[in-house]
Design a protein around this ligand. Structure first.
Ligand SMILES: [Mn+2]
Length: 440
């Protein structure tokens, strides 16, 4: 694959010698870090280019495609050939999503699925590509690591990513994956949204009692940072969290690599940076997210503000849940948030619900919210406990009849439906969910 990337980089330089470039990337952390790497690389080459960040590649995006530019897609487009084949442009794609149809003639693509090698995130591919353009871009390797963690691909690292990690100078520690690991453990337990421990989460008195019970001591009246805990303290903490939290089923869910990077001249937890990028982008501030990635000082303060705001959005959305319209039975819960929850965080809300122990394993959680323009409905579906029916197939079967676009996988999928089809979609969804239940 590395040879192929080198060839594609050469072709790209040739084709863009006298032509401007349109870069199009995805709005999640992996897409934003991909876009940041390529932005820096193209600036270094003095190339003329513009950048667009999109939630998904739908027909709308293709309506506004510039005619006389070379198009470079990052972290998306492998399943959008039906649109791309009609373009007159020369198209380059660096993506790791599954290819579902024949590659059109105007497309040059790097996708790990074509090489049967390890899975590489969009940012990893963008980094390898940028490094071929100019070896100076090796200093962007940290962004490839942030993108990888953002896409949760860190569990099975292969040879290529191991080398990217070496380039990045990111330090890896084994331990508890709650973040930011660079902060005191009491603050992490109090504020983490990844675990819920009754009487501890959200309560500083509860946290103190919890830590005292398991024998983690304060030093000079302060708790250690998570990364400073010794192995004994870490293991006591992991045991206590697995026993008392209501959402962690197995301690392996909270054990893993902690990635530490030098960012704005401070050691930071990559998961925290990824969460900040994600928050900025989802609240419509992708420009800030990219500036943050490229370590622009002004962007940092703004990103921190947005991140706080984003977390407040989620907290208030969760607090609003009891007041929203719902359709619920033993096997599924459909939440009709309408315009009361932003479409950009509805997926996060569905994930949080599907990870709580309030619902039985195998239950389908489907959350629906209107988009900003009010013409479409974003649907996010999850399966509790990641065990049971294939929710992507369920959505597919509904969309086949109602119309729309589906993405995702077995236990976490989503789709976009025309607003006027809302009732038809809900009726059909209930019908399909019930059929699926009977099959099981
Ligand atoms: Mn990705």
């Amino acid at each position: 694959m590395l040879n192929a990337i080198s060839n594609v980089a050469k072709q790209f330089l040739e084709k863009t010698e006298n032509k401007p470039i349109q870069v199009i990337s995805h709005h999640d952390t992996d897409g934003i870090t991909s876009a940041s790497i390529i932005t820096k690389a193209l600036q270094r080459l003095n190339k003329e280019f513009s950048l667009r960040i999109v939630k998904q590649l739908d027909s709308e995006v293709f309506k506004e495609m510039p005619k006389d530019k070379v198009i470079l897609f990052l972290d998306l487009a492998s399943n959008s050939f039906q649109y791309i084949q009609d373009l007159k442009n020369q198209v380059f794609i660096l993506d790791h999503h599954e290819i579902i149809s024949e590659i059109p003639g105007n497309v040059t693509i790097i996708n790990p699925h074509l090489f049967h090698e390890e899975e590489i995130s969009g940012a990893g591919l963008s980094y390898l590509f940028a490094k071929e353009l100019d070896n100076q871009n090796t200093d962007l390797a940290y962004l490839a690591v942030i993108g990888m963690v953002g896409d949760m691909l860190e569990k099975n690292l292969g040879k290529i990513y191991t080398n990217i990690l070496k380039d990045s100078k990111v330090v890896i520690k084994k331990g508890l994956t709650l973040y930011p690991a660079t902060r005191p453990i009491d603050k992490i337990l109090e504020y983490s949204s990844d675990i819920y421990i009754p009487n501890v989460s959200g309560s500083s008195a509860g946290v103190n009692a919890f830590l005292r019970d398991i024998g983690v001591q304060r030093i000079n009246n302060k708790y250690k940072n998570l990364i400073e805990l010794n192995p004994e303290e870490t293991s006591k903490l992991i045991t206590a969290i697995s026993l008392q939290s209501t959402n962690i089923k197995d301690s392996s869910e909270i054990i893993g690599n902690i990635y530490l990077v030098n960012f704005f001249n401070k050691i930071e937890d990559v998961r925290q940076i990824s969460a900040m990028i994600n928050a900025c982008s989802r609240l419509g501030e992708s420009g800030t997210a990219i500036s943050l990635c490229l370590q622009n000082k002004k962007a940092k303060a703004k990103a921190e503000e947005i991140y706080t705001h984003y977390r407040q959005n989620i907290v208030s959305a969760l607090a609003d849940l009891p007041h929203l319209r719902k359709i619920e039975n033993k096997n599924y819960l459909i939440i009709l948030a309408e315009d009361k929850i932003k479409d950009t965080i509805i997926g996060t809300i569905a994930s949080i619900l599907s990870n709580s122990k309030n619902y039985e394993e195998g239950k389908a959680i489907i959350a629906m919210a209107h988009n900003e323009r009010g013409d479409k409905i974003k649907v996010s579906a999850r399966i509790v406990g990641k065990n049971g029916k294939n929710i992507r197939e369920v959505l597919n079967s509904v969309i086949e009849e109602v119309g729309g676009e589906v993405g995702g996988h077995k236990f976490a999928a989503g789709c976009l439906v025309e607003k006027e089809k809302e009732q038809q979609f809900i009726d059909m969804l209930q019908k399909k969910l019930e059929i699926e239940m009977v099959k099981i």
